[in-house]
Design a protein around this ligand. Structure first.
Ligand SMILES: [Zn+2]
Ligand SMILES: [Zn+2]
Length: 300
């Protein structure tokens, strides 16, 4: 939730710019200097690794890919953010897709994520992509290959479980992949203005938000107006489970329904996302992260 809020705050300046330029015939796109080869993740180690889906340790060596053990995940500072930002969705308006020459095709991006999760489960990690030179390389702009909507659960950070580095994945995290205005706006920004071609909606086993939605009576109070709204967003996705007294092992069936429901909700709510899929320059995949194995299971 906090992350999506931060993004939404960043987006404020963008939205002001975007709205004010709406009257012009041509929309101001990303300046050309932002589209540089140097930002392309194709040059990173994962370009090599992506040739195979499940490389063995030996193959990794053969490919001369430097590997190292994971560093302890930096613990995030705990701070309280008041959830009061509301973005009023703008009407239809200005969508006109202009392809970026360096935009990563969805198929390729998906392969990188799958390979990254394989590295994660094997305990091998890339050591490129997060150095000072990468910080400098990315000052001019970003070209993330994937948009990932996942749960805020501290055990499911997409950058870690997919072994992705700076500038590579555009991440939106809310409890239970709840889709509030800020979450949808953040996704639309990445689709429409960054030209990212893959969205992954990722739930996980034993999701606490899923469990909360299941145990709160429909229309009932979940503890605060915000929690009630979140639970009410999730419940329709799990319609067939709401009246059931039993749940599946690790809440897998319920979490899958919630994740696929989030994908469906996103398509229904966002015209920008819907149009991009229809026009063939955006792909959406549903996935489920298993807390016990660290593996990401794909819907298809
Ligand atoms: Zn920003
Ligand atoms: Zn969760």
């Amino acid at each position: 939730m906090r992350k999506s809020l931060l993004i939404s705050l960043c987006l404020c300046s963008f939205i002001v710019t975007s709205c004010s330029s709406k009257t012009k015939k041509q929309e101001t796109k990303t300046p050309p200097q932002e589209v540089t080869q140097a930002q392309s993740p194709a040059k990173s180690d994962q370009g090599e690794v992506s040739k195979k889906e499940t490389p063995t340790s030996k193959e990794l060596e053969d490919l001369k890919i430097t590997i190292k053990k994971a560093q302890a995940v930096t613990q995030k500072n705990e701070e309280t953010v008041t959830p009061t930002v509301t973005i009023k969705p703008t009407e239809e308006a200005h969508h006109k897709y202009v392809p970026r020459p360096d935009s990563v095709p969805a198929e390729k991006a998906l392969g990188w994520l799958k390979n990254g999760n394989t590295r994660f489960t094997k305990g091998f990690f890339r050591n490129d992509g997060a150095a000072k030179k990468d910080v400098s390389r990315l000052v001019k702009g970003q070209n993330p290959h994937s948009i990932i909507l996942s749960c805020s659960d501290s055990r499911v950070p997409p950058e870690v479980v997919f072994d992705q580095k700076l500038g590579e994945v555009f991440v939106i995290r809310t409890a239970g992949e709840s889709l509030d205005n800020a979450a949808i706006a953040s996704i639309e920004y990445a689709v429409d203005h960054l030209g990212t071609q893959l969205i992954v909606v990722m739930g996980h086993s034993n999701c606490g938000a899923v469990q909360a939605a299941l145990k709160t009576p429909v229309g009932g109070n979940a503890g605060s107006p915000y929690l009630t709204a979140l639970v009410a967003d999730l419940q329709p996705r799990m319609q067939s489970h709401l009246k059931s007294v039993h749940h599946s092992e690790h809440y897998l069936a319920e979490s899958w329904d919630n994740t696929r429901g989030a994908t469906k909700d996103l398509l229904e709510k966002s015209k920008i996302v819907r149009d991009a899929v229809k026009e063939g320059h955006l792909r959406i995949e549903s996935a489920l992260y298993h807390l016990d194995s660290g593996k990401v299971e794909w819907s298809q």
